[in-house]
Design a protein around this ligand. Sequence first.
Ligand code: GLN
Length: 456
Amino acid sequence: AQHFLARSHAHQHLGAYVALNEEATLAQARAADARLAAGTAGPLEGVPIAHKDIFVTRDFPTTAGSKMLVGYQSPFDATVVSRLAQAGAVTLGKLNCDEFAMGSANENSAVAPVGFNAPAPVRNPWDTTRVPGGSSGGSAVAVAARLAPAVTGTDTGGSIRQPASFCGITGIKPTYGRASRYGMIAYASSLDQAGPMARSAEDCALLLSAMCGPDLDRDSTSIDLPAENFSARLNDSLEGLRIGIPAEFFGEGLAADVRAAVDAALKEYEKLGAKLVPISLPRTELSIPVYYIIAPAEASSNLSRFDGVKFGHRAQNFTDLEDMYKKTRAEGFGDEVKRRIMTGAYVLSHGYYDAYYLQAQKIRRMIADDFQQAFQQCDVIAGPVAPSVAWKLGEHSSDPLADYLADIFTLPASLAGLPGMSVPVGFGEGQMPVGMQLIGNYFQEARLLNAAHCLQ
Ligand code: GLN
């Protein structure tokens, strides 16, 4: 823990951490040492980890990357946080992210990283003029720059997979409902899912085994399946594994450098005995409009709780209650969050609901059905995580749609609630890392981790 704290301070310029509390970390580490000495160690005893600042924590402040929550201290730990602590993990601190997890580049954080007095960009350690991806950008940077051996992230539409890909690390989003959402600050509840990010599939499996499991009293969408040992099948043979290659993931929009790295990894799979099967996910393109209707709709509802009354930011000067709400929300939320709230409220409003929200829900169902059709022909699906390597800081700043479009390959699995992961497979333009995406059927996390492990 001391080693990683020292490295984290020495690499503050990367902007990965938004909170460190050395005293709390070392107290947890001493308690882990005592359990190790007493022979009561858990599976992750003494392993230092850090959490995306979207999980509430008792020992560290929680901001979700928003001015709205600066100064907020949670009275309880998120289920994922407490499960990892029960397994023995020691918390190093909290990691930067896009405000309320809305973004694809971590350029939407409104919070000053440790060592800064104002918001500053999170930098990709492979090239500090580039973005780390988002929304779990701080998480990916912490692992890539060895500021933590493993971390947590959350993925609503790609926020674990895409930053993992941009930073050359491994990350997995489990099946929706596997990990409890209790204490995870809500963005789009029907999509939000927690998962680990680490150097390897092997490390991800260790963390995932501790994070998952039913939490029925606290998260009504938690799945009633016992926690699984995700490390058990890492070394299974890939002989005869059918890997589905969706034509729509390899079309015109895919950069040649990314394609080359993914193709090379697929060749490796063939050498390991797997078979490549051409498949189709015909509604891939529709996942963008569908996601950017459903996620903002849910966000507009979830974010109504930030009203200046119960907790978080409250405007200083106001004339009456309505004025207080307006000023609090105008001051507390950043531009991207406001854009989502307005879009979401619009698509849910009377007269537009049927045309937008309901249509989107119907197509979401069809996208999920397309995957079931595909899984009749294959065991896992492989493709790129993102159409390109990490772009330059500020490159999309005048064009939020450019960020949305770059989510095209991660959104389909999110809308279907399927597990997906990102595995580093090489380097592209500018010597930047490229990730390959693996998507499995429901509850097939062990198989994805197995396929990823065999490449590493
Ligand atoms: N880029 C997507 C969005 O902005 C996904 C974010 C996420 O998965 N949290 O909504």
